[in-house]
Design a protein around this ligand. Structure first.
Ligand SMILES: [Zn+2]
Length: 667
């Protein structure tokens, strides 16, 4: 094929894509053959580590059997190498940039998005979502449409918020839920299994058996967990008419192209994902070799259920492909990562894959003949310059069509500002890593640094946990030297300084973090708390006001407002603020602890007792809660009850001095 012809072909295909308007109205089979929809999203799972995809060392009998009785997509493409955006695409059928979903946790899926769960719920399905990572929690929009949703509402016994759940716990919740749904009702079940995400430490027996390849051990574990859900459906008699979809949100680099995990690059190791669909209307044992995309899943599910599509999708139904057909036009696949930009101040990446070609738009673009070079080893951009330029123009145009040209920008302070702050001793001593041009450095040129960075970061966080503050600070300062544009790093260094009692240095780092990312409230909130602790109420108030403008209605703003009001000796209003914080995040024990204090001060013992009992029910520091409940009972003259609580506190924590003392006083 001539170069010119090839280029025309690529362009012709591209013009057919961007938005597919679904005009299908009320096409409804007499008897919908698909009754239940079961969606598994596997975090961080590479296709080529699954037996059905040719991995000989894999132990994935469930997935292999599923592929044998259904359709295995050999070339499925995700839209982002990051959990939140990738899931947003699966659930909405549109590229996540349209909804501004470009990072984990900080860019939630907005309420105006219509999700698969919302459509199926409207259609009468019982909807249950069960997740393994907090980045998909209710707060980030992923519970939309789920009547039952098992996220991260429980309190860990420690004070740190928990961030992930092991697959067995997610699956246990899912199976319990399945048993509660009346048999007459169709199910839409979503199970998200986070386990293959780093660090790789699969539960027994997989951890030991895959000691040499721990990542494969996690994949084997996940396979087993999927099997448990399918068994539960089989027992219920629901498996035969279930459409079972297994897809990964993204893969894992495992060292390829210099990346250990995922998030920065758009190479096949993270963008090509496993996709297996089994059940009614999926041709048994069929393998689809043409390119499909995770944005195709939402339109496919609606189409198979005979539900009219009401939204504009970027994806298109794979119904014909599932039945063994081939499409005349295979639409290109778009992917992007703003992770390097949002976290490191490096250039964002965009990719487009069409007709055997893949462009990765970066400061140094890469063009791969992806069919012949799946390992993406030979950059043909210079050799095929005309095609490369055209594909770059197209991928840029596509992104702009998704966002209207509104790119999320992590603000870059001027060099002068950086110098000023550095002269105050707040940042590393090296020059900022900017190579010119407003895109920032090419992540390819920084990936070795990032490897060192991640290693040091892991060690620094371990040091912080182990209270080795000097070591932690030294490493954090080294990290800042590698990349002083990462606002979260400055935030962390500020927190370390704070724990060392170096208040001025801590404030400087929070200041730096706020400058690097003026959209985040966290540095202002940290600064406000620090200023409150050092008695500077006016300065704290001003920081809190800034934070409240940036993130009104947030948990942290309500919490710190409570702290400020307490400092201003306005306990009744503080109690209201803590109640607001609790309403936003019932799982966090901190506002409940503060509320116990101010409610006691206000002699609202009922409120204080209610909060203490809630924390006790959630197993939060039980000995301390009994001590608190004892104190509250004693204040109200119920001495026998008080003694009981003190004794229980001592039973749980022998030698607890405050409980011993209180008991002595009672006698
Ligand atoms: Zn993920």
């Amino acid at each position: 094929m001539s170069r010119r012809l090839r280029a025309l072909l690529v362009l012709g295909t591209m013009s057919a894509i961007a938005v597919v308007m679904w005009m299908t109205v009320g096409r409804r089979p007499a008897e919908p053959p698909v009754r239940h929809v079961i969606l598994f999203t596997l975090d961080t799972t590479r296709a080529d580590r699954i037996g059905a995809y040719g991995a000989s060392a894999a132990r994935t009998p469930t997935l292999d059997a599923l592929a044998a009785r259904g359709v295995r997509f050999d070339d499925a493409q995700t839209s982002a190498p990051i959990t939140g955006p990738a899931h947003a695409a699966i659930f909405t059928g549109v590229y996540p940039a349209r909804y501004g979903v470009r990072d984990n946790a900080t860019t939630p899926l907005p309420e105006r998005a219509t999700t698969m769960a919302e459509r199926l719920s409207e259609a009468g399905f019982a909807t249950g979502g069960f997740i393994g990572a907090f980045v998909l929690d209710r707060a980030f929009g992923f519970a939309q449409g789920f009547a039952a949703f098992s996220g991260f509402d429980t309190v860990d016994s420690g004070s740190e918020a928990n961030a992930e759940r092991v697959g067995a716990a997610v699956v246990a919740d899912a199976i319990r839920w399945i048993d509660t749904v009346p048999r007459a009702q169709p199910l839409f079940l979503w199970v998200h299994l986070y386990d293959p995400h780093a660090p790789y430490s699969a539960p027994a027996p997989f951890g030991a058996e895959f000691a040499a390849n721990p990542y494969d051990g996690e994949v084997a574990y996940v396979d087993q967990q999927i099997g448990r859900v399918l068994d539960a459906l089989r027992l219920r008699g629901s498996l035969e008419d279930s459409l079972v979809i297994v897809v990964a949100d993204h893969g894992e680099s495992l060292g390829e192209h210099g990346e250990d995990e995922h998030g920065v690059f758009l190479y096949e190791s993270v963008i090509r994902v496993p996709l297996i669909v089994a059940g009614p209307q999926a041709r048994r044992g069929h393998v689809v070799t043409e390119q499909v995309r995770t944005v195709d899943l939402m339109p496919t599910v609606l189409d198979l259920l005979g539900l009219a599509a009401t939204a504009e999708f970027d994806g298109e139904s794979l119904r014909s492909v599932l039945n063994g057909g081939r499409r005349r036009v295979v639409p290109p696949a778009y992917a992007e990562s703003y992770y390097p930009k949002l976290h490191y101040g490096w250039s964002e990446l965009r990719a487009l894959r069409a007709d055997g070609w893949k462009i990765i738009d970066a400061p140094t673009p890469e063009l791969f003949a992806i069919g012949k070079d799946p390992g993406e080893t030979t950059n043909l951009f210079q050799a095929q310059r005309a095609l490369g330029d055209r594909m770059v123009a197209e991928v840029v145009r596509l992104e702009q069509s998704f966002t209207g040209g509104r790119a999320p920008e992590a603000a870059a302070p001027s060099r002068e500002t950086l110098e000023r702050l550095r002269s105050l001793g707040y940042v590393g001593t090296s020059a900022p890593t900017v190579t010119g041009g407003d895109r920032g450095p090419d992540p390819k040129d920084r990936i070795e640094e990032r490897r060192t960075f991640k290693q040091l970061m892991t060690e620094a966080i371990d040091d912080l946990r182990g209270n080795r503050l000097d070591d932690a600070v030294r490493k954090l300062r080294d990290l800042v030297r590698i990349n002083d544009r990462a606002y979260d790093l400055h935030q962390l260094l500020g927190e370390a300084y704070q724990r060392q009692g170096r208040m001025r240095d801590a404030l400087g780092e929070f200041e730096m973090a706020a400058l690097l990312n003026p959209a985040v409230a966290a540095p202002h909130l940290s600064a406000a708390e620090l200023l409150l602790a050092s008695g500077d109420i006016d300065a704290a108030r001003s920081r809190l006001e800034t934070a409240a403008t940036l993130d009104p209605g947030s948990f942290d703003v309500a919490l710190v407002t409570g702290l400020l009001l307490e400092a201003e000796r306005r306990p009744a209003e503080a109690a209201d603020a803590y109640a607001r914080a609790i309403a936003v995040n019932p799982a966090n024990p901190r506002p409940r602890m503060r509320l116990i204090g101010v409610a006691s001060e206000l002699k609202r013992f009922d409120v204080a007792e209610r909060e203490a009992r809630t924390l006790l029910d959630r197993d939060y520091r039980p000995s301390r809660m009994h001590l608190t409940l004892g104190g509250l009972a004693q204040l109200q003259g119920r001495t026998a009850e008080a003694a009981q609580h003190y004794r229980e506190a001592l039973r749980l924590e022998p030698g607890l001095a405050m409980a011993e003392q209180a008991l002595r006083q009672l006698r």
